[in-house]
Design a protein around this ligand. Sequence first.
Ligand code: NAI
Length: 319
Amino acid sequence: MASSAAGCVVIVGSGVIGRSWAMLFAGGGFQVKLYDIEQQQIRNALENIRKEMKLLEQAGALKGSLSAEEQLSLISGCPNIQEAVEGAMHIQECVPEDLELKKKIFAQLDSIVDDRVILSSSTSCLMPSKLFAGLVHVKQCIVAHPVNPPYYIPLVELVPHPETAPTTVDRTHALMKKIGQCPMRVQKEVAGFVLNRLQYAVISEAWRLVEEGIVSPSDLDLVMTEGLGMRYAFIGPLETMHLNAEGMLSYCDRYSEGMKHVLKTFGPIPEFSRATAEKVNQDMCVKVPDDPEHLAARRQWRDECLMRLAKLKSQVQPQ
Ligand code: NAI
């Protein structure tokens, strides 16, 4: 394995997210050590990463300035966590979403790391105050939450513990930028962080509209793919307001009463009943039958679309 001037990153947990992080860090020129409790998972991950990187290289979509072979030479498996973390500058935890399991891993890491390394969790919804409570190295702890699939969707939510040092946030922010991701700072922890709060607000209203028979499930999805989603890949909801009038203040003057009128008609949190889930599923299965082959093919198509969108965004947006 090649050594790297950029430094060494350890991935704890070599599943879906761990593999993506490994590819991103190698793309940024970092040496990557993959650790997992299951040896077979490490072998599978290395094989899967090799295949993915070769395909990306052929498609001209490999990240970073190194070739696939050069990036692959930076990644290795390591069956021993103590050996893996030696000399590491960043540890990215990617084990299943289970608070007790993650706390056990961080307690173990806490007892073997130095005062420099960043301890980062990929958790989608566990609160930093719960994950990192009582750790000696709590100042070095942070959540860096990626979005699936991380190789194609660059956003990373950085969520500090109340005792996380500002330098930990700054270093993680800089590291994410270095590997081509787009970090954003969540100033204070909140359930669901920011991305999932927005996502759940959309899902919640979508569910109510379908449940109340106002729109079919497939037409509901069209509203996003052919409507809102067209601009949201380029401008967010707040900038949309700014541009849809003569600036934000003018938008609020013109439309806030109308928005409040509509918002007051929103219903309660949906129960996600079996009956509605079956109705939605029936519609979804017309487009994508819910067997593994069709789902995998559709995910692959989604990733190809995201890859092309990323190319378009890099052409139209100044870096
Ligand atoms: P996964 O189930 O694909 O992979 C988890 C890996 O952790 C497995 O390889 C497993 O063998 C390993 N593991 C289990 N116990 C371990 C231990 N004690 N020590 C070391 N390795 C251990 O899970 P996935 O989807 O990669 O999720 C990982 C984390 O990323 C979760 O916290 C999840 O919430 C978060 N996340 C997941 C996203 C997704 O869409 N899959 C998106 C963003 C974040």
